[in-house]
Design a binder for this molecule. Structure first.
Ligand SMILES: [Ca+2]
Length: 352
């Protein structure tokens, strides 16, 4: 597998994450340049806020894909969340409205009809860019070889299409962090399939086997990261549009988790994946060959790893299988508290 960026430092030189991370967080290294491909989405919205609240990274644009809600609605949500955070200068690009092969599958029962739970955000004043999501990803990655980190927290349709349109992005992107799959964990869409992968398994198949340097965050790690009502109550001690948004959005998400999965609180998959771009030691990883079932049977969209190297195929990704969940939740809460306080005193939208 190609090794670049943080992984090349870690894997080829044997530098432990623990020693690498301080260099990242103390500003010795410049902020990681990030593109976020997303289907906002409650936990996607939290990932956007975490990105904005984290000085280690520079969020250079958002491409939106179908998934938790339509790409049309998700684009509106992305713009609204950026306005809520007073950073509406960050460009948003609408991407694919449909999966590559499968029929459309959205998730109103999980994220609400508009994708952000009970939260009500005003119609955004800003508009999405004219350029399509996949074209934006290609242009940005090709313009800065080895510098752009892609964070994918929705179905992989935009990324797969970008690879088909411009295969050179595979060897030009720095790293690709993906929220998706359920390796040893049960699925959250079918008994064996995770939502993002199930919605567009063909896209996942293209991306997984593309040769991109992938760091996968499957449900094995994310389902240990549960945001509780006590956590939300802690945030609500700060009266802010941001904390109120988090409370209104996650209340719906918590009701879903309680009703469908008997989980108290809500699993915040996407912010964990985003956090790994700057604090990788939150997780433990294995370098594995991972495949996705696209045969159309009962295990369609199932992701599985060759732990015993039976296929003799080389590893195609690093997989986060273990996580320190409360370290992550604490990081998320601290960042949101600081961001909410700063936002309360910041002067208004920064629309150019
Ligand atoms: Ca998502």
């Amino acid at each position: 597998m190609p090794r670049r960026g943080m992984w090349s430092l870690f894997l080829d030189r044997g530098i432990p994450f623990r020693e690498l991370s301080p260099a990242l967080t103390k500003g010795i290294m410049p902020p990681t340049r990030i593109l976020l491909d997303t289907d906002p989405g409650i936990d996607d919205s939290l990932a956007i806020l975490l990105a904005l609240a984290s000085p280690e990274i520079s969020l250079e644009g958002i491409s939106v894909v179908h998934g938790n809600c339509s790409a049309e609605q998700g684009t509106v949500n992305a713009l609204s969340v950026l306005e809520l955070a007073k950073v509406s200068h960050i460009p948003v690009y609408k991407g694919c409205e449909l999966p590559l092969v499968q029929p459309s599958l959205l998730a109103p029962e999980t994220h609400g009809d508009k994708g952000i739970g009970y939260a009500k955000l005003p119609e955004p004043q800003t508009k999405p860019q004219v350029q399509k999501g996949s074209d934006f990803l290609i242009e940005k990655i090709m313009s800065a070889p080895g510098e752009i980190t892609l964070v994918c927290i929705g179905p992989l349709t935009n990324v797969a299409l970008a690879i088909r349109l411009e295969p050179r992005i595979v060897n030009t992107v720095k790293e690709v962090f993906i929220m998706g799959g359920a390796i040893r964990h049960e699925g959250n869409q079918t008994p064996v399939a995770e939502f993002n992968t199930y919605v567009d398994p063909h896209a996942a198949h293209i991306v997984y086997h593309s040769g991109m340097p992938i760091i996968l965050t499957p449900l094995d790690a994310t389902y240990q990261c549960i945001l509780t009502q006590d956590d939300v109550n802690r945030l609500l001690k700060i009266d802010s549009p941001i904390t109120n948004f988090i409370a209104d959005a996650t209340r719906f998400y918590m009701e879903f988790h309680d009703e469908y999965q008997e989980i108290e609180g809500c699993v915040i998959n996407d912010p964990l994946t985003l956090a790994l771009t700057f604090i990788p030691e939150l997780c433990d990883y294995q370098e594995l060959y991972v495949d996705v079932d696209i045969s159309g049977g009962v295990s369609m969209g199932n992701t599985f790893a060759d732990f015993y190297k039976m296929t003799k195929k080389p590893a195609n990704m690093m997989v986060a299988l273990g996580v320190r969940p409360r370290d992550f939740i604490e990081l998320f809460l601290e960042r949101m508290e600081k961001f909410a306080l700063e936002s309360n005193i910041s002067p208004g939208p920064t629309t150019p």
